[in-house]
Design a binder for this molecule. Structure first.
Ligand code: GCV
Length: 686
């Protein structure tokens, strides 16, 4: 039976839960963790040493001593490379957070060296050592150099000050409750979790900045609390950022305008920035949702997004802060009878003309797809369109449209496809990952932002297996070239241990879950058949006659919007060859067919089946996969922590019920539109 040793009663520690290692592994590692010798100022190694000691205590049952000289036969050395270079050759490290791990013989003793240029690198290097020890790697031949691919590796929280979380499915906010900032042991553990996978920025409040949240940048009570929070995160190399309301000068400064070209408004933001930095010296900057879904922005004052972003950037620039400006801008008051406006085109239309007009410390943050985090969308054509602008890729870790952490939907493989998408902006090889790591257009600030799936639930993410999404997001931001399979292997071992059957089963479930979810919900890039507002569960016409611009316009013959050059012209926003590939119904990738084309139900797919029959088949297949996941999970009973086992079992059981609901509602919808039966005579409701 699986032995459970819980760290505390309140919450678990996801992939950082250090269970006691088996004896033979303890024998391999214990000697290493008996002593550490720092080659840096005490405050530079404090966090790293604390982490090493925690691991030594919890996993190896040993007390690690910090010493001035190397005495033991095996020792861990931590140091800044300038100091270490006095002892031996060190690799060249440049970017923030880089580190190396190396086995070196010093005065006849074995040492494992963790070297970095900054404190963050020492923390990352330390977590890497701990991870490798837990995965069973030997230190004898250790020779690792790691540099984060992306300078900004951010988590965005959509947490409100009252403690609720917009699109949160894991309990209440870990940062706020009743208009107060929370600072407790969990705050530090969250910083540890994020730092262990290389995250270096966290935006703690919702981009929809309403009510009391407007005061976060001004009220001293908040600023004091935030400065403490920033310190806790700062110890782990993570900067604090805040979402701000563009009309703050009107709310807080009592101005009648927030016009970014008005000198009084510029001065107000500059004063505000000075005040903020006096409390939080290493404050990261602002995240702004402007002119979007009823949030104020520069358009309201007859100015451009560049005017707005630049004004804020000028205020933050003297302190080294950045402005992250979202490109999620579209008309959310559309008329469903209007066939000319295409929401998919909006971000490009709004921001492409402004390319080159933003200050150096402005970064545009773009959702991966042109609509809104559907289970499948093409990559936004804005990637590859901004040659003279910093850009961040925004992904949604929280599962708003992908099953809300009730359904298992592991997003790693899909995110990898997005990162690997070749935009052809500068010819072949202009991958999204190379745009957001800054190499294609030689940009300084860029990276990835993930909308958090974390809340106050004991397991942080509601569904235990949804932790894998948080973990994977961060690992891909650190290294988008890493194989998802490897990331998954690591996560499973760190979270569930080394039993081969457990590992294989969970891996199979994770790796196939996004595709399964897609099959029983809205395949072919269709999207949006969800219940309005909360976005859970099927509703084929839920958004059909609404103002949100997300229509499929199904009739008895065909479904979906023609976004080709003969339709809305969305395909023209892509570089060749995608523009041509997406434009033709013959060459368009079939999993995106209904994103780009209006297609007849009797259209023959490459398989020879009609669109309609494929739609039926996929819905039945998706549910069968969930049935299989459930059975596979049940075989793990007794092999994993029973608490986790039961929690996941409950979610899978509900998922199966809801997957059937999706299947039956969507299949019935298509049957009723067409009057054409399933060729295989399976149950559809007439
Ligand atoms: C934070 C979608 C979500 C909103 C979210 C918005 C955004 O529309 O449904 O809850 O608001 O995206 O990304 O700003």
């Amino acid at each position: 039976m699986f032995e459970v040793r819980r760290m505390n009663n309140e919450y678990e520690l996801c992939w950082l839960e250090y269970r006691r290692l088996p004896d033979w592994e303890i024998a391999c590692h214990r000697e290493w963790f008996k002593s550490a010798v720092p080659f840096a100022q005490p405050w530079e190694v404090e966090t790293a040493l604390t982490e090493l000691k925690t691991f030594a205590r919890d996993a190896l049952g040993t007390k690690m001593l910090v010493e001035n000289t190397i005495q033991n036969q095996r020792t861990i050395i931590l140091g800044k490379i300038d100091k270490l270079s006095e002892l031996f050759d060190v690799p060249k490290l440049e970017r923030e957070g880089s580190f190396f791990l190396a086995h070196r013989k010093l005065s006849g003793k074995d040492t494992l060296v963790i070297g970095a240029i900054d404190t963050a690198g020492l923390v990352y290097g330390t977590f890497e050592v701990i991870k490798r020890a837990r995965l069973g790697e030997s230190f004898e031949k250790m020779n690792v150099v790691q540099t984060p691919a992306m300078p900004l590796r951010m988590i965005n929280h959509w947490d409100n000050l009252d403690g609720s979380v917009e699109r949160g499915y894991s309990g209440r906010s870990i940062f706020f409750e009743k208009d107060r900032v929370i600072l407790n042991r969990r705050t530090r553990d969250y910083a540890r979790l994020l730092a262990s996978v290389g995250i270096n920025g966290v935006v703690i409040n919702n981009v929809n900045v309403r009510g009391k949240a407007v005061q976060l940048i001004d009220d001293e009570k908040y600023l004091k609390a935030l400065s403490k929070l920033a310190e806790v995160f700062g110890n782990y190399g993570i900067k604090l950022y805040l979402s701000v309301n563009f009309a703050s000068p009107m709310y807080l400064g009592k101005f009648e305008t927030a016009d970014p070209l008005d000198d009084r408004i510029k001065k107000w933001w500059k004063d505000q920035a000075r005040k903020l930095y006096s409390f939080i010296p290493d404050f990261g900057g602002f995240l702004v949702k402007a002119d979007s879904e009823f949030n104020p922005g520069p358009h309201y004052f007859g100015r451009t997004h560049a005017d707005g972003a630049n004004m804020l950037a000028e205020a933050l620039e003297p302190f080294g802060g950045v402005v992250i400006w979202r490109t999620f801008v579209y008309n959310c008051l559309q008329d469903w009878r209007d066939y000319n406006t295409d929401r998919a085109k909006a971000a490009y239309e709004n921001f492409k003309p402004l390319d080159g007009q933003f200050r150096d410390n402005v970064i545009l943050q773009t959702k991966f797809g042109p609509m809104d985090f559907q289970v499948r969308e093409p990559v936004s054509p804005l990637f590859g369109a901004l040659e003279r602008t910093n850009q961040i890729l925004e992904l949604q870790i929280t599962q708003e449209y992908t099953g809300q952490q009730i359904h298992l939907c592991y997003l790693g493989p899909f995110w990898k496809e997005i990162l690997d998408f070749d935009t052809f902006a500068r010819g072949r090889g202009s991958f999204v990952k190379r745009i957001v790591d800054g190499t294609v257009f030689n940009r300084k600030y860029c990276g990835m932002a993930g909308v958090s799936n974390v809340g106050r639930d004991p397991n942080w993410t509601g569904h235990d297996l949804a932790q894998a999404n948080l973990y994977t997001f961060a690992r891909l931001a650190w290294n988008p070239d890493e194989l998802v399979e490897k990331i998954v292997d690591d996560w499973i071992t760190l979270t569930f241990g080394k039993d081969e059957e457990v590992k294989a089963t969970i891996k199979h479930m994770l790796m196939n879950s996004h595709r399964a979810y897609e099959k029983y919900t809205t395949p072919f890039g269709l999207g949006w058949m969800v219940n309005p507002n909360h976005h859970y569960g099927p509703n084929p016409e839920g958004y059909e006659y609404s103002k949100w611009g997300t229509y499929h316009r199904a009739n008895h013959e065909a479904i979906a919007v023609d976004r080709s050059s003969k339709g809305t012209g969305f395909t023209l926003q892509y570089h060749s060859p995608w523009r041509e590939i997406f434009d033709s119904i013959e060459t368009c990738p079939e999993d995106l067919l209904l994103f780009f084309h209006r297609v007849r139900y009797d259209h023959k797919l490459r398989s020879g089946k009609t669109l309609l029959q494929s739609m039926y088949d996929l819905h039945f297949e998706g549910v069968e996969q969930v049935e299989e996941f459930l059975k596979a999970w049940q075989r793990l009973e007794g092999k994993i922590d029973p608490v986790k086992y039961k929690r996941v079992l409950e979610r899978l059981t509900v998922q199966l019920e809801h997957a059937k609901e999706w299947r039956d509602v969507v299949n019935t919808y298509f049957y009723r539109k067409t009057g054409i039966s399933d060729e295989r005579g399976r149950k559809i409701y007439p």
